[in-house]
Design a protein around this ligand. Structure first.
Ligand SMILES: *Cc1c(COP(=O)(O)O)cnc(C)c1O
Length: 490
């Protein structure tokens, strides 16, 4: 029995183009009471003749179309979203209320400094809080996402090494790394060298020691790593790198497991990024705005992007004159609305609240791990932090792979977990509940996963052909990716 879903009223919905009939309008305007201007003349030939097949519908048709489409979506506001590595936590509404404050939401980036002292204080304070949380000395809020933060951080490392006379040639990346790490290293002009993991799922320090040399600029490590395992030897990793003049970069996407418990700056990290849209609660998914602040130790601070917000004689100013800076990486101050949400989240929780959130995130992941350990193959023996990684080893003999299980999970009313990542785990199921789920929802999830494990044995075909309860049945993902149809034609 599927306890969470019922057959839900989801109406068929064509494209808006198909609902169009010529001459329909979604507005009524009063008669013109000013002289009519000929747009052709006024705009000197800049006007379009018309848009082929532009949909013409009434107001209620437009509203119903988009409202119906919205019911096709899964969202964190509907239920648990256990997408590992993505930290899909519920985003408290207070963040939204604060971000919509008039003086913040409507501030103009070219407004005189005197008029935006409050906005600059938001930036200054958030930088200070994030520096404290990470145990680092300086923070830039400019980068727009995690991957952009990685690029900024490695460019800062490159600038420091160049200032010492040699940018060096390569960046080390563990085999468990997120794909953005090697991509970042390559974009910054470095060669990528892979470091294997040991049988505990952690960086193999002896392999690292053998690989570090005078050509090594840095190592990029995610901690806890993408197996959800804390890198217990991280001090040693830092020591080995520093002894050869190389730096330790931390991918901080998994800070949801560390905030309030452990500070990367204290375990030897030189540069790191945060994903505000993961750890610090901004709605994400679907490519909306995010923020990827970069935190550095003091010796790297002179290289951070300009301008820097500084406090001089009780007044916030924008310091542009930083000769060693890598320059701007984003227009103005980055995605300011996301910064406001993060500050609201931090201030609403306070230090003890943030710590409690971390502990709950870890508890939730371990609760799931414990309850599913008999049904799915757990990957790493080391204890889990905020997410747990299984493999489909118990299901694959029945011809069922992780992607099939994920599709069946949709029938049970959950968004799928992360499928087939990290790459070092063959057939990975990566599950991250986050702290915002209560026991009831997590128990439903566990029931669903156990029930699917049983279905794999009893009726593998049911899983293979899932999902069955969605409006659109199983789609052909390969064709969708290779031959996407992106444009409707009349
Ligand atoms: C999400 C994530 C990234 C990339 O962050 P974006 O904000 O999506 O650019 C990098 N590394 C890890 C481990 C991640 O989970």
């Amino acid at each position: 029995m599927i306890r969470k879903t019922r057959q839900h009223l989801v109406q068929n919905e064509g494209l808006l183009f198909e609902q169009s009939s010529p001459g329909k309008k979604a507005y009524q305007l009063p008669a013109l009471d000013v002289p009519e201007v000929n747009p052709e003349e006024a705009l000197a030939g800049q006007t379009r003749d018309g848009i082929e097949g532009f949909p013409e519908v009434s107001e209620v048709e437009a509203i119903r179309h988009f409202t119906r489409l919205s019911t096709y979506n899964y969202a964190i506001d509907l239920g648990m979203y256990p997408l590992g590595s993505c930290t899909m936590k519920y985003n408290p509404r207070v963040n939204e209320a604060v971000a919509r404050t008039e003086g913040l939401a409507w501030a103009h980036p070219y407004a005189p400094i005197e008029h935006v002292q409050g906005c600059l204080e938001v930036i200054h304070r958030l930088e200070a809080y994030l520096a404290e949380i990470c145990g680092m000395d300086a923070v830039t809020l400019q980068p727009a996402a995690g991957a952009h933060g990685e690029w900024t951080g490695i460019m800062v490392i490159r600038a420091l090494l160049e200032s010492q006379g040699n940018p060096r040639k390569k960046i080390l990346v563990p085999d468990s790394a997120h794909g953005t790490n090697p991509a970042t290293a390559a974009m910054c002009g470095y060669e990528v060298a892979n470091i294997p993991s040991n049988d505990k799922g952690m960086v193999d320090v002896s392999a690292l020691a053998a690989a570090v040399d005078g050509d090594t600029a840095a190592m990029m490590v995610t901690n806890p790593n993408t197996l959800g395992v804390f890198e217990e030897q991280i001090h040693e990793v830092a020591r080995v790198l520093h002894a050869k003049g190389a730096l330790l970069y931390m991918d901080g996407a998994n800070m949801n497991a560390l905030v309030g418990l452990s500070r990367p700056g204290d375990f030897g990290v030189d540069v790191m990024h945060l994903n505000l849209h993961k750890t610090f609660s901004t709605p994400h998914g679907g490519g909306g705005p995010g923020a990827g602040p970069v935190a550095v130790k003091s010796h790297l601070a002179p290289f951070l992007p300009t301008p820097r917000v500084v406090l001089r004689n009780g007044r916030f100013e924008l310091e542009e004159n930083l000769p060693q800076s890598i320059g701007k990486v984003r227009a103005f101050q980055g995605n300011f609305g996301v910064l406001v949400r993060a500050l609201a989240y931090i201030m609403a929780h306070g230090g003890p609240g943030l710590r409690k959130a971390t502990l709950d995130a870890i508890l939730n992941a371990n609760y799931i791990r414990k309850h599913l350990a008999d049904h799915y193959q757990i990957h790493a023996e080391a204890p889990s932090m905020h997410e747990c990684v299984f493999s489909d080893d118990k299901q694959s003999p029945h011809g069922i792979r992780t992607g099939d299980i994920a599709k069946r999970l949709i029938d049970y009313g959950f968004h799928p977990y992360t499928v087939s990542f990290p790459l070092i785990v063959h057939g990975a199921l990566m599950i991250e509940p986050t702290e915002t789920e209560g026991k009831q929802e997590i128990d439903l999830f566990i029931d669903a996963m156990k029930s699917i494990a049983q279905e794999v044995v009893d009726d593998p075909q049911l899983i293979k052909s899932a999902p069955h309860r969605t409006r659109t049945p199983k789609v052909d993902e390969v064709t969708a990716a290779r031959k996407p149809v992106l444009r409707w034609r009349p």
